[in-house]
Design a protein around this ligand. Structure first.
Ligand code: UDP
Length: 246
C-alpha cells in the first residue's frame, strides 16, 4: 500500500478489500487505531484547522473517500484504485465483525438515530455483535467511555462530525478499550434511513455532492469546498499529490 500527501493531508492508495484487511489486522493489536475516510471537503478543512490536520495525519489508516481525491491523484500521475466510501466501508466491516465476533459500538448523531442505524445493520447482517449505542449530544464524555468499556466493544463507529470524532478516538479510545475507531461523519443519518444516499446513477456520475446540495441547500458553503479543492490542486500542479514522508 502506498501512502500519499494530498495537499499535505495523508491518504493511502488502496482498494476497499485491502482497507478491510487492514482493519481486520488492527483488531488483533491491543491499542486503539484511528481510521479516517477523507474527501476533498476534509482536505480543505485540514488546510484551515491545524488540529484536524494533525489528527488525520496521525491516524493509523486514511482512505480516499471521494471522487475528488482520485481526480487529484490523476492530475499528478498517481493512481488511487477506487473510492473507499465511508458508508460502504462501515457496512462491509460490520459484515466481518459478525464472523469475527468483535463487538461494535455506535456513538453519535441525534437521539434515536444510532439506535435505528444499529437495527438496520442487524437486519442486514446475521449475528452482528452490536455491543451498544449512544447519541452524540452529551456534555460529559466520562459516562460514555465507561459505557463503551463495560460493553466490551472492540470497534467504535463515531459520528460526531470532524474534528470532534477523531479527537474522541484519540482522547478516549484507550480508556474505552477499543481497538478500531472509525470517524463516520453523518453516516448514521444515512444508515438509519433519516437521510438518503444519492441514487446509484448520480453516485456513478460523481454527482453525490449535487444530490446532497439539492436535499440540503444549507450545505452550500460546504459544497464550495469541492471547487476550492480543485483549484488548489491545479495551482499546486505536480506537487498536489506526492509520496507521503513521515
Ligand atoms: N453530531 C453529533 N453531536 C454533535 C454534533 C454533531 O452527534 O455535537 C452528529 C450529527 O448529528 C451528524 C454528524 O455528527 O450525524 C455530523 O455529520 P456531518 O455530515 O456534518 O459530518 P462532517 O462532514 O462534519 O464530518
Amino acid at each position: 500500500m502506498e501512502t500519499y500527501s494530498v495537499l499535505g493531508v495523508k491518504c493511502s492508495s488502496l482498494t476497499m478489500e485491502e482497507a478491510l484487511q487492514i482493519l481486520e489486522g488492527f483488531l488483533s493489536e491491543e491499542r486503539p487505531h484511528l481510521v479516517v475516510t477523507v474527501g476533498p471537503e476534509m482536505v480543505m478543512r485540514a488546510q484551515e484547522n491545524e488540529e484536524f490536520k494533525a489528527l488525520v495525519n496521525g491516524a493509523d489508516l486514511v482512505v480516499p473517500d471521494g471522487a475528488g481525491i482520485l481526480w487529484a491523484g490523476r492530475q499528478c500521475g498517481i493512481k488511487f484504485p477506487e473510492r473507499v466510501a465511508g458508508v460502504e466501508l462501515i457496512v462491509r466491516f460490520a459484515q466481518r465483525l459478525g464472523r469475527l465476533q468483535a463487538p461494535l459500538f455506535l456513538l453519535g448523531a441525534a437521539p434515536g438515530i444510532a439506535e435505528k442505524a444499529g437495527e438496520n445493520l442487524q437486519k442486514q447482517i446475521d449475528n452482528l455483535p452490536l455491543a451498544g449505542v449512544n447519541d452524540g449530544y452529551f456534555q460529559d464524555p466520562q459516562p460514555i467511555v465507561e459505557k463503551i468499556a463495560a460493553s466490551q466493544a472492540k470497534v467504535l463507529y463515531v459520528g460526531l462530525g470532524s474534528p470532534a470524532q477523531e479527537r474522541w478516538v484519540r482522547q478516549h479510545g484507550a480508556a474505552a478499550g477499543i481497538r478500531v475507531g472509525i470517524g463516520v461523519g453523518g453516516s448514521f443519518d444515512v444508515l438509519s434511513g433519516a437521510k438518503k444516499r444519492a441514487p446509484r446513477w448520480m453516485i456513478q456520475l460523481h454527482l453525490e455532492w449535487l444530490y446532497r446540495f439539492l436535499c440540503e441547500p444549507s450545505r452550500f458553503g460546504r459544497i464550495l469546498a469541492i471547487p476550492k479543492f480543485m483549484l488548489r490542486v491545479m495551482r499546486a500542479g505536480s506537487q498536489a499529490v506526492k509520496p507521503w514522508n513521515e
